[in-house]
Design a protein around this ligand. Structure first.
Ligand SMILES: [Zn+2]
Length: 264
């Protein structure tokens, strides 16, 4: 007997991407806490859609969605979308918008379809967008979230001891290539190309809580934390995120310490 499987998914969701499909629709890529990344056709959404789907799918809102598909593999249809938590101010704050786009792009690049990771990636992205909507300093939000995401993607930093010799004392530099702290003796010969890591920066890098405290970090250290996050993403095999340049310019980070070649 042949049973045609029908799938129905109901979950919270954040929009990662919209691509025009046919004349009036979008294919939307969504991040859900229960099912990871899923894609679906939002029929006629570009015309406005049923119950204001266009508005719901544009921007950074926390959504509740229902998806239907004939089989597990088939591209489903978005049968219902509703805004659970509106984020109406965020699109009008340029730096916060760019920060949100950096994080959405990072998640879109590295989160695999169906890979839910217990909803932790979703929780990180959702609470970051919530913080940006609440006007928390975008650099703090994005720098903290990038570190958290790197950890969730399995590429967290090693900062309790030196990546060169294992020593736990006199940690002073950071190696992007090795993904961790470097002690003074190991790092001094390369001091011209290794970023310096203060005690407060190392503390922030080792902070596994969410949201991270980031107490005592200067703006420059926060900028370095952001750059280390970006460099960490580049290290796990991708080109730079396209929203990175926009965010750096708007957040005024271009004057801060460069991480040369992302390779030190
Ligand atoms: Zn060492």
């Amino acid at each position: 007997m042949w049973i045609r499987m029908r799938m129905r998914i109901e979950n919270k969701a954040l929009v990662l991407r919209r691509v025009p499909f046919r004349d009036t629709s979008w294919i939307v890529t969504l991040l859900t806490p229960g099912f990871g990344v899923v894609s679906a056709v939002a029929r006629a959404a570009r015309l406005g859609g049923r119950d204001g789907a266009r508005g719901a799918l544009t921007g950074f809102h926390l959504l509740e969605v229902e998806l239907r598909a004939r089989t597990e593999e088939a591209l489903g249809t978005l049968s219902r979308v509703e805004i659970l938590e509106a984020r109406n101010r965020l699109p009008f704050m340029a730096t916060a918008t760019a920060a949100g786009q950096v994080l959405i792009e990072a998640v879109h690049r590295f989160e695999m379809p169906g890979d839910a990771r217990g909803g932790e990636v979703f929780a990180c992205l959702d609470s970051s967008l919530e913080a940006l909507e609440a006007e928390v300093e975008p650099l703090v939000v994005v720098a903290g979230a990038l570190g958290r995401l790197l950890g969730l993607f399995g590429h967290g930093w090693r900062v309790r001891d030196c990546v060169g010799c294992g020593r736990r004392e006199r940690l002073r530099f950071f190696s992007v290539r090795r993904g961790g702290a470097v002690c003074e003796p190991c790092g001094l010969p390369y001091a011209h190309r290794l970023p310096e890591a203060s005690a407060s920066l190392l503390r922030a890098l080792s902070d596994r809580s969410w949201p991270p405290a980031m107490i005592g970090l200067s703006r420059e250290e926060m900028a370095l934390l952001y750059r280390l996050g970006m460099a960490g993403l580049a290290r796990i095999g991708t080109q730079e995120l396209s929203a990175d340049g926009t965010f750096r310019r708007l957040a005024g980070l271009d004057g801060f310490q460069e991480i040369k070649g992302y390779a030190s």
